[in-house]
Design a binder for this molecule. Structure first.
Ligand code: ZN
Length: 90
């Protein structure tokens, strides 16, 4: 099995409980991971799993790379709505 070296991106608040989830990325493969149940319990390989948190993370990173202001703003407000916090700063 391929080894993952996850880099933590940020934490998000759960919309249904007090939990926080950690959203992370493997810089080698570009795969996204999350500590929520929605991601963990998918019967797919780690490279194919997605949850609403990893989708927002992916969009945010793609928006940054695109350097399109409108897209970046939309991605930032999506992160804000999820209560995303930089895991390093937190
Ligand atoms: Zn998730």
């Amino acid at each position: 099995m391929a080894r993952h070296t996850w880099t933590s991106l940020f934490t998000v608040r759960s919309s249904s409980s007090d939990s926080t989830y950690e959203v992370k990325r493997d810089p080698k493969t570009g795969a996204y991971g999350c500590s929520c149940k929605g991601w963990k319990f998918q019967k797919k390989s780690m490279f194919e799993r997605e949850c609403k948190h990893t989708r927002v993370a992916r969009e945010a990173i793609e928006a940054l790379e695109s350097k399109e202001e409108k897209r970046m703003k939309a991605a930032l407000s999506a992160l804000e709505r999820m209560g995303a916090r930089d895991s390093v700063a937190a």
